[in-house]
Design a protein around this ligand. Structure first.
Ligand SMILES: *Cc1c(COP(=O)(O)O)cnc(C)c1O
Length: 406
């Protein structure tokens, strides 16, 4: 048996494009997007795909064609959205450290709003808008202080995190923003973390944020939208993840009859399980205490295991009649942290292909050139059709910006 992406075999893809290779299923992207729009249909949400999960132009273009907006965290991501034909008017600019140049670029492009994370950022946006003779749409990112119960590196809604404006300071921050002449207050935002496997923190964050909406309305600050931040967690292994219809139902109940547009910023759950990292076994090494399957993909292609201790399922592309054994799956990079998986039972030998699953999100977008490795190619599969959506980087491209001077 051979593993496939839609109607295309991974063996064929590896032969044609080489490895390591990121492979995405177009149907899975579409299905993940519609899972949100279907679940939340009564609220007619604006789904703003979080570009940082995977910013490939073809993926952005596909989401734009489905009607998606975008959540960006840098000027570079805005360039990507525009290059892919995305609508700036449906794009939200998030992030704690927006530069003046980025604010100017986004304001000129006409983004839907800035999700503002601090008072100094409000001042900076006010100054840039004043200089350009424009009015800047802003929404404040409030830190609802709920524990997302996810990995500390991807938990963002606690008091101790760098993100957002403290819940207790929110009212004053809105009053301050309302006094700045170049700002138009349009919304409120919260994003408590990523890979959430429990619904209750999301619901609690929504509830606390809505409470602020009402308090603000009583002061005459009437908002147009509420943005509930990133999406739900995905299944990497055997975790239970929140059910979108239940999430949507809970949000609809809480929203009641309020005239508020709903914005969502899912990233991982739109692309994560649509992607596979295809890699070839270089060697099987029997160590003294452990076995190692050494593959041609490494932590520079998939940083999540090294960064968060994340789990990715790994399967042999061709099932073979050889004795399974337990091994760590590691890359060629000179770091002990360079592993894709630990203690897996695999039946494979040198030359075989392995499929590293759930590699659509925070994988290619986090890739680096560590050990002077070229970043891998990416392909988009649509049935039996395949498009190369990013060429494999070359060593010449890596060297192009450097000079060997004395
Ligand atoms: C990362 C991020 C997201 C996307 O989170 P996912 O868990 O990938 O859905 C959304 N909004 C903001 C502000 C983010 O930083």
């Amino acid at each position: 048996m051979t593993l496939h992406c839609e109607q295309t075999s991974f063996t064929h893809l590896a032969d044609r494009f080489g490895t390591p290779l990121y492979v995405y299923s177009k149907a899975a992207l579409t299905e993940a997007f519609h899972a949100y729009t279907d679940a939340f249909d009564k609220l007619e949400p604006l789904v703003c795909y979080a570009v940082k999960a995977n910013g490939n132009l073809s993926i952005l273009k596909h989401f734009a064609s489905l009607g998606s907006g975008f959540d960006i965290v840098s000027g570079g991501e805005l360039v990507r959205v525009l290059a892919a034909g995305g609508d700036a008017g449906k794009t939200i600019f998030s992030g704690v450290g927006k530069s003046e140049a980025e604010i100017e670029f986004a304001l000129n492009a006409g983004v839907l709003c800035f999700n503002v994370e601090s008072l100094p950022e409000l001042d900076r946006i006010q100054a840039v808008a004043g200089r350009l003779g424009k009015t800047a749409p802003v929404s404040l990112r409030i830190n609802p202080d709920v524990d997302a119960k996810t990995h500390p590196y991807i938990s963002t809604g606690l008091k101790s995190n760098k993100f957002g404006i403290a819940y207790a300071d929110a009212l004053d921050a809105y009053r301050y923003a309302a006094g700045l002449g170049r700002l138009k207050i349009v919304g409120i935002d919260c994003h408590i973390g990523s890979q959430l496997t429990d619904l209750s923190p999301l619901v609690e964050a929504c509830e606390r944020t809505l409470k602020l909406v009402d308090t603000l309305a009583a002061e005459g600050i009437v908002l147009e939208h509420i943005d509930l931040g990133g999406g739900v967690g995905i299944v990497y292994d055997d975790e239970e993840v929140p059910d979108l219809p239940s999430y949507a139902h809970a949000v609809a109940e809480l929203m009641g009859g309020r005239k508020l547009k709903l914005v969502l910023e899912p990233g991982r759950s739109l692309v994560g399980n649509a992607g596979t990292l295809l890699t070839r076994v270089e060697f099987v090494k029997q160590g003294e205490e452990k076995n190692f399957v050494i593959v041609d993909a490494a932590m520079n292609d998939l940083m999540r295991p090294a960064l968060y201790g994340a789990f990715h399922r790994i399967e042999a592309v061709e099932s073979k009649d050889i004795a399974p054994f337990t091994a760590d799956v590691v890359g060629p990079i000179c770091e002990t942290g360079d592993f894709l998986a630990k203690e897996r039972v695999l039946a494979c030998e040198a030359g075989d292909l392995l499929a590293v699953r759930s590699a659509g999100a925070y994988s290619s977008s986090m890739a680096s050139n560590y050990n002077a490795r070229n970043r891998a190619a990416e392909v988009l599969v649509d049935g039996s059709e395949v498009k190369l959506i990013r060429q494999r980087e070359t060593i010449e491209q890596q060297l192009a910006n450097e000079t060997a001077c004395l």
